[in-house]
Design a protein around this ligand. Structure first.
Ligand code: OAD
Ligand code: ZN
Length: 255
């Protein structure tokens, strides 16, 4: 199975990856729907909807600051690093991620499409102001501040620049992702339950356009029924082996 996957990747013309929380699990970031996942300990409607933010911005900001702190401590794992290597090798054309943890960029991937936003970005609820707290170097100060964060331009409340339930996805990112999926002849789907749409359409679009879907997950997901190859196991381990086999395949002309 893994040999076949390596062969498909080595011979691919336009490889893309579609990732979810499971790819960051080995970096110590909890997923959402697994045992011990975030949605077991928090109610979505209390921390991740526009209504929740209107009702109780303090609670929502507490939740996102907690996640920001956790993600700041996390480092890319072998799965992120393997994807960065595949991009450097010229094979991987883009990573489309549902994750907000920034780990694909930290691993070195250049073409990353974030469908659900980024934990380090904030945006104003009153004007067009946005800020990336990593780039502005304000993250420590921001995390320490106990008052609600306010816009430096207009004084309105700032919010996390992430997608909440009931909100549309950033249209430009979504359109780009759909176009990439149409072009892809191979798509690696890593660590997603495939339950949240429209993001989860990505592998379906690949299939509709006659591309192959290779899935990596510790257990079967919503995507598994349409996967051509299912590689069961933790993302870091599987990706490390897969990358080694792709490299061997490229060296070995017979592959
Ligand atoms: P989920 O928590 O729904 O699914 C995580 C998936 O990762 C599951 O299929 C697990 O089996 C798998 N998994 C866990 N550990 C793994 C490992 N070490 N290696 C490989 N796979 C592993 O997370 P997502 O599918 O990313 O949206 O969730 C999609 C969206 O729902 C998120 O982006 C978020 C969430 O609510 C928003 O916040 C808008
Ligand atoms: Zn403002």
């Amino acid at each position: 199975m893994i040999e076949e996957a390596a062969k498909l990747i080595a011979h691919s013309r336009f490889l893309i990856a579609f990732t979810g929380a499971g790819i960051s699990a080995e970096s110590g970031i909890p997923t959402f729907r697994d045992r011990g996942g975030l949605w077991e300990n928090y109610r979505v409607e209390e921390v991740a909807t526009p209504e929740a933010f209107k009702r109780n911005p303090r609670l929502v900001w507490e939740f996102y600051k907690m996640r920001m702190k956790r993600m700041k401590e996390a480092k890319p794992n072998k799965a992120h690093l393997a994807l960065a290597e595949l991009e450097r090798m010229g094979l991987l054309k883009a990573v489309i991620t549902q994750n907000i943890d920034n780990l694909h960029r930290e691993a070195g991937n250049k073409n990353v499409i974030e469908l659900h936003g980024n934990i380090y970005r904030v945006k104003c609820t009153g004007c067009a102001y946005t800020e990336n707290l990593l780039e502005s170097g304000r993250i420590e100060e921001f995390l320490k501040e106990e008052d609600l964060p306010k816009c430096s331009e207009c004084g309105s409340l700032l919010r996390p620049d992430v997608v909440w339930f009931g909100e549309p996805l950033p249209q430009e990112a979504l359109q780009k992702a759909f176009k990439l999926a149409e072009r892809a002849d191979v798509c690696l789907v890593i660590g997603t339950s495939g339950q949240v749409f429209p993001a989860a359409y990505i592998p379906y679009i690949v299939k509709d356009n006659k591309g192959y879907v290779i899935e990596i997950n510790v257990k079967e997901s919503g995507i598994t029924p349409i996967a051509d190859i299912f590689l069961k196991g933790p993302a870091g381990e599987v990706m490390e082996t897969l990358l080694a086999k792709v490299k061997r395949c490229l060296k070995d002309k017979g592959c």
